[in-house]
Design a protein around this ligand. Structure first.
Ligand SMILES: Cc1ncc(C[n+]2csc(CCOP(=O)(O)OP(=O)(O)O)c2C)c(N)n1
Ligand SMILES: [Mg+2]
Length: 343
């Protein structure tokens, strides 16, 4: 058996969820999973170009954090593993699938593809292909929120930023520089490390002197918490606290979510390096199954109701493929557009 870290137990009161909220969290995670299952199918059918990195297994992190924020007002930055973050932000399945197909109707007008999903209306600051590249971008967004509120006197600028990145990124210099500035200026930002134990084929424990990433917050005098990233209610609970702290002007939080990707690093990775016993142990902790059991046990939803949500989500995903297929390619005459902002 693979030895895993023991996580603090979140008390039941903090995990309490209403039926309405529970169904919303369930739907968002199922959307992420079914959308990406379809991505794999479409990638192997040759519909997508370049690398495609799936998030399957990690859905509780995206859903738990983003659904604790204000959609469209708060900001989110991502990595190349960005499809599910975009969906949680409310970017439609149609716009994400069309982007993956390189179509004009995609959220980045077909210019970005899988690793570069952007959406200004959703305050999605982008997916970034370079490891840790999104961290300074998110820091800048957090800085402008504080600047607008305190220097320009805009009381409404109480927005919060969630910055997602991986365990591998936490060994990059930008991580440390940005944590320092965020703590120094008490910026409204959540640094969310999705510790899925691997950076391509590099075992996290072999790559860093202190594998418990949340502890790195303490040297910046910043709050740092670890959480079970396979439990959406636990993630939501720490996210709410961190969002509250950020919005109240009390500064950033480093959240380390322990999670696992169920597939290879990208769809081009045969995934032969990870121990099958480790994979099995984490597959048994599937966050979707976990929430399903929670809702069933507390009589918040029946199995049939959850099945109906899955059916509707599948229809949304299928529709996104039809939409992407039928959408036009970008026009070559527009090749130079959208590089810089247009009036
Ligand atoms: C600056 C930089 N160095 C190296 C790479 C190559 N690379 C792509 S993904 C990756 C691993 C990152 O792992 P992690 O941050 O844990 O994220 P995960 O893929 O596990 O979500 C590396 C090294 C890159 N994209 N950018
Ligand atoms: Mg990783």
């Amino acid at each position: 058996m693979v030895r895993e870290r023991v996580l603090p137990i979140i008390d039941e009161a903090a995990k309490k969820v209403s039926r309405e909220e529970g169904l919303l969290l369930y739907e968002d995670m199922v959307l992420g999973r079914l959308f990406e299952d379809k991505c794999a199918e479409m990638y192997y059918r040759g519909k997508m170009f370049g690398f495609v990195h799936l998030y399957s297994g990690q859905e509780a992190v995206s859903t738990g954090i983003i659904k604790a924020m204000r959609p469209g007002e708060d900001y989110v930055s991502s990595t190349y593993r960005d499809h599910v973050h975009a969906l949680s932000c409310g970017v439609t399945a149609r716009e994400v699938m069309a982007e993956l197909f390189g179509k004009e109707t995609g959220c980045s007008k077909g210019r970005g593809g899988s690793m570069h999903l952007f959406s200004s209306p959703h305050n999605l600051l982008g997916g970034y292909a370079f490891v840790a590249e999104g961290i300074p971008v998110a820091l800048g967004a957090a800085f402008q929120c504080r600047y607008r509120r305190e220097v320009l006197g805009d009381e409404s600028a109480d927005n919060v930023v969630a910055c997602f990145f991986g365990d591998g990124a936490s060994n990059n210099g930008q991580f440390f520089e940005c944590l320092n500035m965020a703590a120094l200026w008490k910026l409204p930002i959540l640094f969310v490390v999705e510790n899925n134990k691997w950076a391509i084929g590099m075992d996290h424990d072999r790559a860093t002197s202190q594998p418990e990433i949340f502890k790195k917050a303490s040297v910046f005098d910043m709050a740092g918490v670890e959480v079970d990233g396979m439990d959406v209610l636990a993630v939501r609970s720490v996210a709410r606290e961190a969002v509250g702290r950020a919005r109240a002007g009390k500064g950033p939080t480093l959240i380390e979510a322990l999670t696992y990707r169920f597939r290879g690093h990208s769809l081009a990775d045969p995934d032969e390096l990870r121990d099958p016993a480790e994979k099995e142990e984490w597959l048994a902790r599937d966050p979707i199954e976990r929430l399903k059991a929670h809702l069933n046990e507390r009589n918040l939803a029946t199995a049939d109701e959850l099945k109906e949500i899955e059916r509707q989500v599948q229809a949304t995903v299928d529709d996104s493929v039809t939409f992407a297929n039928e959408s036009a390619e970008p026009d070559p005459k527009d090749l130079r557009r959208f590089i810089f902002a247009e009036d």
